[in-house]
Design a protein. Structure first.
Length: 561
């Protein structure tokens, strides 16, 4: 079912399940995750996946993966394949329990005829705009369609002719006959079937009428004997229709339970909007590392374990809330801190020549791959006369609390020697610092501090020029520039896109051991953050690394600055 298991804490859904099992209402638990294959899954879906699969595993039941593929205009095989990949990557196995609403098209159509025969559904010829007018408002009742009084025989004949393809797309629909004065708009004779000539990914051109989601959803749950149909809160107003259809059809009646969806700061959680970002090329695709999609997070270096931990940590409730992105990133840091080997990388290289180190000489230092896990082994770090440090670790006129390199200042090279900046070379035209001239203390190698030698406060990372590996580094940040786009009601969400969400550093340098790193491997670049090899963005002769997260949350400070 799932490996490793999700640790679901106590919540109101578990309380319901416990009561159902104790009362004998159900002997086992059967849930389902029912994505529409009209886009890629995002982090919000991960919450539902963890809940549905986790609940089934907790009670030794089963969870179905069911594709609600009732709208062939928007559905693609690419999305079906991507959904299966993402669910599996998260650690869940649906085994033989993969289903599609299209598996039930014949059964669903039979349900439609049954409703017609019982006088509970009719074929309506109203154009869509008139149907909307007839529906009424939240404060005014609707008006019955003039076609509502058709006889059972007329409706059955028209429905069968709809299926046979005799009518144009959109010219007729099948509607439930409920109550046009119902306070709940979803009960005002909702549409159950529409005419739609479109090739379906699985059934091809076998059908020209397709069930609406509200009709297919509950009946598919019934056919699969789902015990607890878990939905997000926006389906709460749809539950009366879900219940009405099951009762009207006199079929097995699953229990629909709603929970709060996941809302995350600094991003959008709508598949429609995510598709717009892709189609309008604001991002490079569904798997762009700035996207909240699972494929984007995977490419960025987020781990499945971290996402599961995040879903466990935020819990399951009944009230909508917005979770800060830093909560998710903290989960990622916690997981990567345990599993990511350490390495040194210089993002913005600044050349340093050790003037008193012999030309042509080199040596090696040994460093652990992980400071807390000796079983991960060690790594060898070459050193020579010319090294590179990060440009951010040098200031020509440093403030008092700057403990890195500056004129006449000393620092320790991580795992190496103490060096002193003796001179600065600048570009004669631009005035930019192009090289530092430094000297080293030969008695301080490998972290040694001779007796009487004053300890230096600053420690910086570096790579040896002769052995450094050139890589491309992509620094990703928040997708949006504001935490809550819903608060910016007068602005299009695309106006809120963070223009600094991606910075590409084409000439970064890393330790030589990383030359053989494979796609998807994660490392902690010491002092900088966690980085992942981008298999899609790397070239055969040059690796690309995506920054997954910084070592700590710096966004709030940056935003204030």
């Amino acid at each position: 079912m799932i490996h490793p298991p999700v640790q679901l804490g106590p919540n109101f859904i578990r309380n319901i399940v416990d009561e159902d099992l104790a009362s004998g209402k159900h002997k086992s638990v059967v849930t389902r995750f029912p994505p529409e294959p009209n886009g890629y899954l995002h982090i919000g879906h991960a919450k539902s996946i963890c809940l549905n699969f986790g609940l089934a595993a907790l009670y030794q039941g089963r969870c179905h993966l069911r594709f609600d593929d009732t709208n062939p205009v928007k559905e693609e095989q690419e999305y079906i394949d991507a959904i299966k990949t993402d669910v599996s990557w998260l650690g869940f196995d649906w085994g033989e329990n993969e289903y599609h609403a299209s598996d039930y098209f014949e059964a669903l159509y039979a349900f439609a005829e049954k409703l017609v025969e019982k006088g509970l559904a009719f074929v309506c010829d109203l154009p869509p705009e008139e149907m909307r007018e007839y529906r009424g408002t939240l404060t005014e009742p609707g008006k019955e369609s003039p076609y509502r009084s058709r006889t059972v025989g007329e409706n059955l004949d028209l429905l069968r002719r709809m299926r046979a393809g005799e009518f144009d797309d959109g010219s007729r629909v099948l509607r439930a006959k409920i109550d046009m004065a119902a306070p709940n708009m979803n009960l005002r004779d909702p549409v159950l079937y529409r005419i739609l000539r479109a090739t379906h990914p699985r059934t091809g051109d076998a059908w020209c009428i397709y069930p609406m989601y509200d009709f297919a959803h509950g009946q598919s749950d019934s056919l699969e004997q789902i015990t607890h149909s878990l939905c997000t809160l926006e389906f709460q107003d749809h539950r009366p229709l879900y219940d009405w259809l099951c009762e009207a059809l006199e079929i097995y009646h699953p229990q629909q339970i709603e929970f709060a969806r996941l809302n995350l700061t600094y991003t959008v959680m709508s598949k429609r909007r995510l598709l717009e970002l892709v189609n309008e090329k604001h991002v490079s695709g569904w798997d762009d590392p700035r996207m909240p999609t699972l494929s984007g997070m995977r490419r960025r270096g987020f781990t499945a374990a971290a996402i599961r931990t995040f879903c466990e940590r935020i819990g399951v409730g009944k009230s909508d809330s917005v979770i800060d992105m830093s909560t998710l990133e903290d989960c990622v840091r916690e997981d990567l801190d345990q599993i990511a080997p350490r390495a040194m990388g210089v993002l913005r290289p600044l050349k340093v020549t050790i003037t008193n180190y012999p030309e042509g000489q080199s040596e090696e230092f040994t460093a652990p791959k992980h400071p807390k896990k000796p079983e991960m082994g060690s790594r060898t770090i070459p050193f020579g006369r010319v090294i590179y440090v990060d440009r951010d670790d040098f200031m020509e006129d440093p403030p008092k609390n700057f403990f890195r390199l500056g004129p006449d200042r000393e620092v320790r090279l991580r795992y190496g020697y103490i060096i002193r900046c003796d001179g600065v070379i600048k570009d004669p035209v631009s005035g930019e610092v192009t090289e530092l001239r430094c000297s080293y203390d030969a008695e301080t190698g490998g972290g040694v501090l001779p007796e009487g030698r004053k300890k230096v406060k600053g420690i910086i990372h570096w790579v040896a020029a002769a052995n450094a590996v050139s890589v491309e580094v992509r620094l990703y940040d928040r997708l949006l520039s504001v935490a809550d786009p819903a608060s910016e009601k007068d602005r299009d969400y695309r106006e809120l896109l963070n223009q600094d969400s991606l910075e590409v550093l084409a000439d970064a340098l890393v330790e030589p051991e990383l030359a053989s790193a494979e796609a998807g491997e994660s490392f902690q670049f010491e002092r900088l953050g966690y980085f992942c090899v981008d298999g899609k963005g790397s070239q055969s002769d040059k690796l690309a690394f995506n920054r997954t997260v910084t070592l700590r949350d710096t966004w709030a400070k940056l935003a204030k600055g």
